[in-house]
Design a protein around this ligand. Structure first.
Ligand code: NAD
Ligand code: MG
Length: 409
């Protein structure tokens, strides 16, 4: 038995996955990688297997898994290659695994995150979609199985660091009045509205402060990322929609704040580099080196704050609406957003079509109370259908420039 922390990294080839392995590599005596997983990037996963020698490597696709297994065999490694969603669940719940970094993007992350919760693991949760889609089910699974939840999303990690350890007693009970969720405002905060009509995927993915995967980069540009984070904060900290205030803070130095009844506001600051929240969660409750340089306050010199512009960022309003509505509404919001973002990245939908597709799905698919995972999966399926149909109509001109997209309704 080693006293190392045994860890599975889900989505190891992505932006968060790579940053996680970067921090792990800085502490060879501390962590042992049990499993690495990816969607289809065989080459990157193979290189990671050579470096970290995990017991298991998982690819979603069977053919890709076969080609990885061959490479691994040829190189003399002992890693076993598995494939499919069940395998992702399996490596999230192995008895020898202590912690699971949940860094798959989108709804695909839900089942493996849930498997880790049901197996009572320490979960380092980057996949915010798990909480957006099925926060109630997931939080119940964490509590009922003695799992431990550490948020990786920089804002939620900052809030976690700024809350007292016993915040689970309820925000009011520990003297918290509001959560101040910071947002950079993305690359289009100050661009004239009409100029947003012809935004390209590369423009949307060029975030001023953070380097991230493409889906979350588009979400940041539309501010749907902040919308999803409001719902994420609701579940993580048992905060109502009214207790969560979005604060636009273009420098991304303060990663979020907690306001207390006595007028105190506690914040966590740092350079915008995900290795800080990742190292915090990997080492918790100890602090370990992350490779992130010290914050140079003299160079930063000033911090600015603004109220969010709800007309410009319609996605933010739609997320508040879905949170207040409850039940499967956030799952509908999330699924429609995934379809719309994929279509935008594929140049099949203009940037400003994203909120319209989501609004349409929220109108067309009735939200129902969540009693089991099936309810969530059904809402996800229906919303994808309705949203895809809307995107196809967009190809037929429903989102032609100069339509009424700029008018919030
Ligand atoms: P990414 O696109 O860079 O990486 C996603 C990873 O998931 C890759 O390893 C990919 O192979 C895997 N994957 C994709 N689809 C899959 C599928 N269907 N089945 C199995 N695996 C699949 O994404 P990212 O930016 O690293 O984001 C990961 C998660 O972390 C997202 O939920 C995102 O919202 C959240 N997050 C990211 C950041 C960031 O800075 N990148 C910050 C906060 C939160
Ligand atoms: Mg975030």
């Amino acid at each position: 038995m080693s006293d190392k922390q045994n860890i599975t990294v889900l989505g190891s080839t992505g932006s968060i996955g790579v940053s996680t392995l970067d921090v792990i590599a800085r502490h060879p005596g501390r962590f042992r990688v049990v499993a690495l997983t990816a969607n289809s990037r065989t080459d990157s996963l193979f290189l990671q297997c050579q470096q970290f020698e995990p017991e298991f490597a998982v690819l979603l696709d069977a053919d890709a898994a076969q080609s990885l297994q061959q490479k691994i065999r040829d190189s003399g490694l002992a890693t076993v290659v598995l494939h499919g969603v069940e395998a992702l669940e399996q490596v999230s719940s192995l008895p020898q695994v202590d912690s699971v970094m949940a860094a798959i993007v989108g709804a695909a992350g839900l089942r493996p995150s849930l498997a880790a919760a049901r197996a009572g693991k320490r979960i380092l949760l980057a996949n915010k979609e798990t909480l957006v889609m099925s926060g109630g089910i997931f939080m119940d699974a964490v509590r009922d199985n003695g799992a431990e939840l550490l948020p990786i999303d920089s804002e939620h990690n900052a809030i976690f660091q700024s809350l007292p350890r016993d915040f689970g007693r309820g925000l009011a009970a520990v003297g918290v009045t509001r959560i101040l969720l910071t947002a950079s405002g993305g690359p289009f905060r100050t661009k004239p509205l009409f100029a947003l009509e012809n935004i390209t995927p590369d423009q949307a993915c060029a975030h001023p402060n953070w380097s991230m995967g493409r889906k979350i980069s588009v979400d940041s540009a539309s501010m749907m990322n902040k919308g999803l984070e409001i719902i994420e904060a609701h579940w993580l900290f048992a905060a109502s929609a009214e207790q969560i205030q979005v604060v636009v803070h273009p420098q991304s130095v303060i990663h979020s704040m907690v306001e207390y009844a006595d007028g105190s506001v506690l914040a966590q600051l740092g350079n915008p580099d995900m290795r800080t929240p990742i190292a915090y969660a990997l080492g918790f409750p100890e602090r370990i080196a992350s490779g992130v340089s010290a914050l140079d306050l003299f160079k930063i010199a000033r911090l600015d704050f603004e109220e969010p512009d709800m007309q410009r960022f319609r996605c933010l309003g739609l997320a508040y609406q879905a949170l207040r509505q409850g039940g499967t509404a956030p799952a509908i919001l999330n699924a429609a957003n995934e379809v719309a973002v994929a279509a935008f990245l594929d140049e099949k939908l203009p940037f400003l079509g994203i909120p319209s597709v989501i609004e349409h799905a929220l109108e067309q698919v009735s939200a129902v109370p969540v009693t089991c995972l099936n309810d969530v999966q059904e809402a996800d399926r229906l919303a994808r259908e309705v949203a895809s149909e809307r995107v196809r109509a967009a190809g037929g001109g429903a989102f032609a420039p100069h339509s009424s997209l700029l008018t919030p309704h």
